[in-house]
Design a protein around this ligand. Structure first.
Ligand code: NAD
Length: 460
């Protein structure tokens, strides 16, 4: 797709307030594929004004009509799914089949789920002698990362619009073309002017201006814990609502009764998917000491098959960050069994699929989020729960056992927001979000919708 030179504000593409631009780079060949405007506080101000002006009309629109507009938006995403997949592949570098199935496919599911929820959700309920109304929170500032460029946008914008809120989006600087395509889709779907607005730009400039804007009622942020902490503090000082989807360091716990080969192979695929740039990825594999060497062998064989087929990471900056973690793993004494510092290609931001064995729970690579195709295999004897819970994060995880009941009993002891049992499938209606420092709030399904609602009770 061709980059727009303006911001999508108040239902039209308007010139940016300043002249600075951001280059968009294809991570496969390192070529510049487009330029988008680098928004400033002035652009954010225009966008928030447009969202505020559109709020009364959209909040008063009957939920069934909001649902119809969301269904129209879903239909545009379906009609343009090939273009979406190609755009994500161009700016994120993910292989096209993955972009088609996941980067284009999942947002269609999520937009569809909110079209349905908007039509069926009980926005009004009776509680004894009261009527409780679930009303929109107001103007939403949405700040998203690059790892699932469209999913992260739709997981915020669709529930916000379903709730009757209006939105200003500041997408990640690495993947703004997908965000522009989404703005085109919003226009094509016939959403009223100002209900959705887009400001591209740098995080510390446009993102910060949005998070600090006094006329934004709720900030919904997905990204790193470091930035999330700042945004949470800013929101706290202003006494405004905030939702934070932050980092993760999820454990894949393989209990001794599990089908080891299946658990290891699915676990490796989970970490390598999207080149390891998934906040919920199971980057710590916990294996009982009796099966440890067999699991390491299986994981090494599985990871070695990927080579450069997983695609590059998003940027040179991300590649050097991932490499520095690989260096740290080696320096701290972990055993490198496959992959390492050498890149599988000369050009592009590729990182070799990497597996470390003999990782101890306190090593840096077992504690910090790497956000690259790097798996750490940790040995346990009796203390699997303690190791699994032994990081500041608590976003996701997996448990494998012969009997579902054994896995469920273990999963209930994990301090984490989501657990897949024996390779359970993705559910777009299940709440997603973190325990501990992985965040505040939930996305997806009805729990994701309530983030954008506030209650008013009338007594009779
Ligand atoms: P990041 O925090 O640097 O950036 C995320 C977004 O915040 C971007 O749009 C960026 O421009 C913006 N931003 C940066 N500084 C800002 C500031 N001072 N004020 C306001 N906005 C600012 O994160 P990233 O490098 O883009 O993404 C990778 C991180 O995101 C990883 O740590 C990953 O775990 C996390 N993540 C979490 C989830 C989740 O759902 N929990 C999903 C995806 C990514």
């Amino acid at each position: 797709m061709k980059a727009h030179h303006g911001m999508y504000i108040g239902g039209e593409w308007r010139p940016a307030a300043g002249a600075d631009t951001i280059e968009v780079v294809n991570p496969v060949d390192e070529q510049v594929i487009g330029r988008v405007p680098a928004g400033t506080a002035a652009d954010v101000g225009h966008a928030v004004r447009a969202a505020r002006a559109a709020l009364p009309g959209w909040a008063a629109t009957p939920p069934t009509e909001r649902a119809a507009k969301l269904a129209a938006l879903r239909d545009v995403l379906v009609a343009r799914k090939d273009e979406i997949a190609e755009t994500v592949t161009a700016e994120l570098g993910s292989p096209l089949p993955f972009s088609q199935a996941v980067h284009a496919g999942v947002p269609i599911l999520v937009a569809g789920s909110y079209a349905e929820l908007a039509a069926t959700y009980a926005f009004e309920e009776k509680v004894g002698n009261s009527t409780v109304y679930h009303e929109p929170v107001g103007v939403v500032g949405a700040i998203t990362p690059w790892n699932y460029p469209l999913h992260q946008i739709v997981a915020k914008v669709a529930p916000a619009l379903a709730a009757g809120c209006t939105v200003v989006l500041k997408p990640a600087e690495d993947t703004p073309l997908t965000a522009q395509l989404f703005a085109e889709a919003v226009a094509e779907a016939g959403l009223p002017a100002g209900v959705f607005n887009l400001v591209t730009g740098l995080g510390p400039v446009a993102g910060q201006a949005l998070a600090e804007h006094p006329d934004v009622d709720l900030v919904s942020f997905t990204g790193s814990t470091a930035v999330g902490r700042r945004i949470g503090a800013t929101a706290g000082a202003a006494v405004k609502r905030v939702a934070l989807e932050l980092g993760g360091k999820s454990a894949n716990v393989i209990l001794p009764s599990a089908d080891l080969a299946k658990a290891v192979n699915v676990g490796v695929a989970n970490v390598m998917s999207n080149s390891g740039q998934t906040c919920s990825a199971w980057t710590r594999m916990l294996v009982h000491t009796s099966q440890y060497e067999e699991a390491v062998g299986l994981a090494a064989a599985a990871a070695a098959k990927y080579g450069d087929r997983i695609g590059p990471v998003v940027s040179a900056k991300q590649r050097s960050r991932v490499r520095s973690y690989i260096e740290k793993g080696i320096a701290e004494g972990a055993r490198l069994v496959v992959g390492g510092l050498e890149s599988p290609r000369e050009q592009g931001y590729f990182v070799s699929p990497t597996v470390f064995a003999d990782v101890t729970p306190d090593m840096t690579i077992a504690q910090e989020e790497i956000f690259g195709p790097v798996l750490s295999i940790i040995r346990y004897e009796e203390e699997a729960v303690r190791i699994a819970n032994g990081t500041v994060y608590g976003l996701a995880g997996a448990v494998w056992a012969a009997e579902e009941a054994e896995a469920v009993a273990f999963a209930r002891r994990l301090d984490t927001g989501q657990v897949d049992i024996n390779g359970g499938r993705f559910n777009p209606l299940a709440p997603f979000g973190g325990y501990k420092q992985s965040g505040v709030g939930r996305e997806l399904g009805s729990h994701g919708l309530t983030e954008y609602l506030q209650t008013k009770s009338l007594q009779f």
